[in-house]
Ligand binder design. Structure first.
Ligand code: SME
Length: 153
């Protein structure tokens, strides 16, 4: 588990006063990705049209470019507005395999301060069962703080 208080403090210092959504996403993707060796892919998918996600800033190997809300773990998080913790991607109906090595995923919805869904944060791990509620809660708090001041995409 990363040192979440330290991660949150670093992100706070780096992003203070910034409201540009892509600048915030790029900075968080980098900082979160390098905070824990379990994180093999870390990035954002952005809502670009009703029911449609498109790749945003990320770290790791290439990710698929387009994900409809009906598909995958990312689509489920966007559709339901709820965190998705997947311990074993093979058990998740409709999982989109961008990388064959991915075993576990954590996907969180991202809203701005007006409650507009900007996209999702997707973290993938090559280790099964890599993520738990504590990860989801700590990361959701960071997202709420940072994107609470973001302009709608
Ligand atoms: N596996 C995800 C798709 C995104 S990539 O893994 C980067 C999903 O099922 O939503």
């Amino acid at each position: 588990m990363p040192d979440y208080p330290a991660l949150a403090a670093r992100i706070r210092a780096l992003t203070e006063g910034e409201e540009d959504t892509v600048a915030l996403m790029a900075t968080l993707a980098c900082e979160i990705h390098h905070s824990d060796a379990r994180f093999d892919w870390t990035g954002f998918y952005r809502v670009v049209a009703p029911g449609l996600l498109k790749i945003g800033p990320y770290q790791g190997g290439h990710g698929c470019l387009v994900i409809p809300f009906e598909r995958g773990v990312c689509g489920a998080a966007a559709r339901t507005g709820r965190a998705q913790i997947v311990e074993d991607v093979e058990e998740f109906e409709g999982h989109i395999a961008c990388s064959a090595s991915t075993r576990a995923e954590l996907v969180l919805p991202v809203w701005n301060g007006q409650g507009v869904l900007l996209g999702v944060l997707d973290i993938d791990s090559d280790q099964p069962g890599a993520f738990d509620e504590a990860d989801a809660e700590a990361l959701a708090a960071i997202l709420a703080e940072v994107f609470g001041r973001a302009e709608p995409a």
